[in-house]
Write a protein that binds this ligand. Structure first.
Ligand SMILES: Nc1ncnc2c1ncn2[C@@H]1O[C@H](COP(=O)(O)OP(=O)(O)O)[C@@H](O)[C@H]1O
Ligand SMILES: [Mg+2]
Length: 361
């Protein structure tokens, strides 16, 4: 654990160079008489080679914010600094060049249905005027990278959702971007396909060093590949930090609601004091916690919901459990969890607030 922490700190130091800096971004729309402020004074700094997540519920302003990064949406005020260049100050021509460094993929894939897979991927190269032979070589290389070599001549309609997104990723990579923006890129995909697309993004991040910004409303997406996360609500960033910190000790109401296993069983204002949310980060011992806890504490607990996975024999994810009413048993359970360093939150009596274990200590 200590060593791991050290390694993370060192890699953060190495990656200290900022690729994306958003300074006081504000974006208002005026669809009718009224003004809608979609993004309110957002400042974020994203380091080179990071996989950075932006999470929030629908309407929080995520898409608007991410479109401000490549100036698809021009901020009403604020600055967008990419690789040290202030995009808001560039001429149209300079901006077109700068945008080549930023690829983007979407929930709906946005492929050209009349073009084959290879022709979709080749499209940005045609725009750039890349010589034919070189473009063909590059397309083959990109399709190999996303594991779709055998689909070069297929058309989008013949592909599954996951395959379509792979084509979109290959196309986004064609102009060698240093940044890829993903706006709900896996939201139309089933869980297994989501997993494989996220693994592909992680591979591209590691092999090509590309910085990735992931917009999502799903915490499991953030957990799987992001190192840092910003939580958005009502146009603002209400919380940001390492995924681990936000996942273990969410500070904002929005983060709590996003993290809870299911809305029905998540701790809420009305949650009884005897519910606990356990968070596993894969660092705990592989012992099956609940059965061991039942024996060690001589207390029955019910699992209300769980979305834990076993990764390398260690639990990862979270679980909502209900403890018996007996106060002494509850204390034994909390002592057991404390002793094993398992992070948990407790439903608070009436107040609707969940004290973190730190508050309680
Ligand atoms: N082009 C637009 N015109 C008017 N309002 C918009 C426009 N784009 C977004 N909005 C509004 O801005 C808010 C944030 O939207 P959006 O960025 O799409 O959020 P998210 O991606 O988090 O769901 C919403 O209230 C939305 O209706
Ligand atoms: Mg959106």
């Amino acid at each position: 654990m200590r060593y791991q922490q050290l390694a993370t700190d060192r890699s953060q130091f190495r990656k200290a160079r900022l690729v994306i800096e958003l300074r006081h971004i504000e974006k208002t729309f005026r669809p009718g008489k009224e003004t809608v402020t979609a993004v309110k004074d957002v400042s974020l700094a994203i380091g080179d080679g990071e996989i950075f997540g932006i999470i929030g519920f629908s309407g929080a302003g995520k898409s608007t914010l991410v479109r401000c990064i490549n100036l698809l949406e021009r901020p009403t005020s604020g600055e967008v600094i990419i690789d040290g260049t202030n995009l808001t100050k560039l001429s149209a021509k300079e901006l077109r060049a700068a945008r080549k460094r930023i690829g983007m993929i979407f929930q709906q894939f946005n492929l050209f249905s009349q073009r084959s897979v290879a022709a979709n991927v080749r499209y940005p190269l045609e725009i750039e005027g890349t010589p034919k032979a070189e473009a063909a070589r590059r397309v083959t290389e990109l399709l190999r990278l996303v594991e779709l070599e055998d689909k070069a001549d297929a058309y989008p309609a013949q592909l599954s959702g996951g395959q379509k997104q792979r084509v979109a990723i290959a196309r986004a990579l064609a102009s060698n971007p240093s940044i890829i923006l993903c706006d709900e890129a896996t939201s139309a995909l089933d869980p297994l396909t989501t997993h494989s697309i996220l693994e592909l993004l992680r591979k591209l991040n590691q092999q090509l060093g590309v910085t990735i910004v992931v917009i999502t409303h799903e915490m499991r997406v953030i957990e799987q590949i992001c190192s840092k996360v910003a939580v958005m609500s009502d146009g603002q960033v209400v919380e940001h930090g390492s995924v681990r910190d936000v996942f273990l000790r969410p500070q904002s109401e929005t983060a709590r609601r996003l993290i809870h296993p299911t809305p029905q069983t998540g701790l809420s204002a009305a949650a009884p004091v005897n519910t606990l949310r356990l968070a596993f980060t894969g660092e705990e011992s592989g012992a099956p916690v609940i059965s061991d806890l039942t024996v060690q504490c001589n207390a029955m607990v019910s699992i209300l919901s769980a979305n834990t996975e076993n990764i390398g024999g260690r639990p990862f994810g979270q679980m909502l459990i209900e403890m018996p009413d007996n106060k002494a048993a509850q204390r034994r359970i909390c002592d057991y969890l404390d002793a094993r360093g398992i992070v948990y939150e407790r439903g608070d009596e009436g107040s609707g607030r969940m004290p973190s274990p730190v508050d309680e200590a």
